[in-house]
Write a protein that binds this ligand. Structure first.
Ligand code: NI
Length: 138
C-alpha cells in the first residue's frame, strides 16, 4: 500500500501528550502511534454499526465447582455455535477456570451473548474485548 506524508499541527500541550504516549507504549515513532490511534477509533466505529458483523473476545473466570455451570456453559456453546467460534480453556487451580471465547456477530448480539454468559451464577469475572474483523482497517 502506498504511504503518504502529511503535516499535522497541534498545540504544544497535545504534542507533549502524544510524545508521552509514544514513550510509554514504546512506539518506534509518532507516525505508528497516530496510525494506531486512528485504527482504534475505526474499531470503535465498527462497534457502533448495527448491521455489520464484528468480532469480540470474551474472557471469563469461573468456579467449575459451581453446580452445573460447566455443563450449562458447554450447552450454550453448542446452541450458539454459529456465534462462538472458539474457546480456550485453562484450569487455573483446583477451583478456577479461565475461558476466552471468540464471538462473531453484529455488535448488539455479541454484547448480549457476552452479558448472558457473564451474568451466569459462578462466573466471577467477565470482560468483553471488542476486536475487529479487520476489513475496515485496510
Ligand atoms: Ni477447567
Amino acid at each position: 500500500m502506498k504511504t503518504k506524508r502529511f503535516g499535522v499541527s497541534m498545540e504544544d500541550e497535545l504534542l507533549e501528550k502524544l510524545n508521552r504516549i509514544v514513550e510509554q507504549k514504546r512506539y518506534p515513532n509518532r507516525s505508528e502511534a497516530i496510525r494506531d490511534l486512528i485504527r482504534s477509533s475505526l474499531v470503535e466505529e465498527e462497534w457502533k454499526r448495527t448491521e455489520e458483523e464484528t468480532i469480540g473476545v470474551l474472557v471469563i473466570v469461573f468456579d467449575h465447582h459451581q453446580r452445573e455451570l460447566s455443563s450449562r456453559l458447554l450447552e450454550k456453546e453448542h446452541m450458539r455455535s454459529g456465534e462462538i467460534l472458539a474457546t480456550l480453556h485453562l484450569h487455573l487451580d483446583h477451583h478456577n477456570c479461565l475461558e476466552a471465547k471468540v464471538i462473531r456477530g453484529i455488535p448488539a448480539q455479541v454484547q448480549a451473548l457476552a452479558d448472558e454468559l457473564i451474568a451466569m451464577k459462578g462466573v466471577k469475572f467477565g470482560r468483553l474485548i471488542p476486536a475487529t474483523i479487520g476489513k475496515n482497517l485496510r
